[in-house]
Write a protein that binds this ligand. Structure first.
Ligand code: NAP
Length: 491
């Protein structure tokens, strides 16, 4: 029997979250139909498919956390719950005819650039796929991170991560440990606290918490948005600019964040009566250094009599429970890790091998970098969405995705127009871009705010955040810039 030929596509898109679905829609709109979307999960949504923990909700307002080209007048809340966002994305994908292109349950094992053939070879759980170009949209929040804690394997109870919530585990009447106090914990804990018998919460670093302006969107408002789409665009623009207004403080003058800090201090003062406890729940770093979290029910939940707060990291797990820095054993039957994701050490970087036979992870050495967050020298015909330094703390990532898509689509058009079979960013352009970018970092709240966050990589470099206005990212990336690329029209 002869060897089976791999399926060949003009373009392979990795991931069916906001990035991958956005890319697929743009490809289709530009007349490209010869593409596949590889998705390891069994549904559309990426992080919004995987994260189903109780209370999961976007902390960016719904009108802004959606594609500009696919407004949704039917959002039921000003901050949409996970299920509604997942449904929105699935509906948009169906409406735009994307579903037939998606291979669900198809996990990427490796992606290798074949220099002699001039194409990417993708090994997947569904067989080999080759493609002339790859758009990688793996998402920065795709791989759950569970700390390597001594004794975890010996635990007799149930263990799971918020991003892989075990809905079969009924938490009613159980003794539960939650590890972490980040964006996921702050949403899940208030939902599970009333039903569990005891909740042991590990707080290593307290978050800054602001009052949440969340509310239902009334039927009248929804009717108005359906009838007057311009109205929703105006509301969206208002939300966008109010969030951009934070940039001068976050990027240039972290001292200006004192105004926001005062609001957070008033919030905790109004909800936590005990001054000693309040002190321990109040951060000592500049607000904005870690993600600012909105919640009205976090402090009321964690100050209930059935909650014990352990101040410090999880140091050990024993068969019967969890141990903090003071060595005390807390007997629990369930451990929930709300400990975030592999961001700067994203696993996909280990699977992608470029022109010189090295993986992205080997090249990056712990510090991801790209040109415009999209292209990487040595990795021809590959485009990333939400790549290095395109993350945000203050605004909608969907806006950044759309800006990157404009750049990628213009790159594809340009290559087509000049008959280029290979597009590869020049290494010197990539270096100069990153030098300029990193030069802006030292004074920002993320680098100087006095906290440890997942924005900073293992070498102490901020390789996650875009340190400027998002409109500037958009204006800079509207057009592809061929002068910074090598465009070849032969193999
Ligand atoms: P995260 O922000 O990285 O928080 C992880 C938490 O786990 C932190 O409190 C961390 O403490 C703690 N932790 C890690 N290892 C620990 C250990 N050994 N012992 C005790 N505590 C430990 O993760 P996340 O909450 O999943 O959020 C990640 C990102 O996802 C967010 O920043 C946001 O961008 C996104 N997200 C968004 C939403 C939303 O839109 N509503 C919701 C969820 C997540 P330290 O602070 O000391 O490191």
């Amino acid at each position: 029997m002869g060897e089976q030929r791999p399926d060949h596509f003009r373009i392979a898109v990795i991931g069916a979250g906001f990035g991958g679905i956005g890319a697929a829609i743009k490809l289709k709109q530009s007349g490209i139909d010869d593409f596949v979307v590889i998705e390891r999960e069994s549904g559309i949504g990426g992080t919004w498919w995987a994260n189903t923990y109780p209370g999961c909700q976007c902390d960016i307002p719904s009108h802004l956390y959606s594609f500009s080209f696919a407004p949704n007048p039917n959002w039921t809340r000003t901050y949409a719950p996970q299920a509604e966002i997942q449904r929105y994305l699935a509906d948009v994908a169906a409406r735009e005819g994307i579903l037939p292109h998606v291979r669900f349950g198809c996990e990427l094992y490796s992606a290798d650039w074949d220099d002699s053939a001039g194409l990417w070879r993708l090994e997947t759980s569904g067989g080999e796929v080759t493609a002339e170009r790859v758009i990688a949209a793996p998402g920065p929040l795709a791989e759950a991170q569970v700390p390597a804690v001594t004794g975890l394997d010996s635990f007799r109870g149930e263990v799971f991560h918020t991003a892989r919530w075990n809905h079969d585990r009924d938490l009613a009447g159980r003794r539960v440990a939650v590890i972490g106090t980040g964006a996921s914990a702050i949403q899940a804990v208030p939902r599970i606290q009333p039903e569990v018998e005891r909740l042991t919460l590990f707080q290593r670093t307290p978050p800054w918490v602001l009052p949440h302006g969340e509310r239902p969107i009334t039927a009248v408002e929804r009717f108005a948005y359906r009838r007057l789409p311009a109205l929703q665009r105006i509301v969206r623009a208002g939300i966008y600019w109010s969030r951009e207004a934070l940039v001068p403080a976050l990027v240039h003058r972290p001292a200006l964040t004192k105004v926001i800090e005062r609001i957070a201090r008033r919030h905790i003062a109004s909800q936590v009566a005990d001054p000693a406890l309040r002190e321990r729940l109040t951060p000592d770093y500049t607000i904005g250094c870690k993600r600012i979290l909105p919640s009205n029910d976090w402090y009321p939940a964690i100050t209930q009599p059935n909650v014990d707060i352990v101040f410090g990291g999880l140091t050990e797990v024993r068969p019967e429970g969890v141990v903090g820095p003071d060595g005390e054993l807390h007997e629990v039957d369930t451990i929930i890790f709300a400990t975030g994701f592999h961001v700067t050490d994203m696993p996909l970087a280990k699977l992608v091998r470029g022109r010189e036979g090295r993986t992205l992870a080997e090249l990056w050495q712990g510090s991801p970098q790209a040109y415009r967050g999209v292209t990487m020298a040595g990795f021809p015909n590959m485009f990333w969405l939400v790549g290095p330094n395109t993350g945000l703390g203050h605004n909608s990532i969907v806006f950044m995705i759309e800006a990157q898509l404009a750049y990628v689509m213009d790159a594809l058009r340009t290559a087509e127009a000049v008959g280029a079979t290979r597009i590869e960013v020049r290494p010197e352009a990539q270096s100069a871009y990153n030098e300029r970018l990193q030069a802006r970092m030292p004074g920002t709240v993320w680098n100087s705010g006095g906290c440890a966050s997942w924005y900073i990589d293992e070498n102490g470099r901020n390789s996650t955040i875009w340190p400027d206005f998002t409109w500037r990212f958009w204006t800079e990336n509207r057009r592809f810039d061929p002068a910074n690329y090598t465009l070849l029209s032969h193999i």
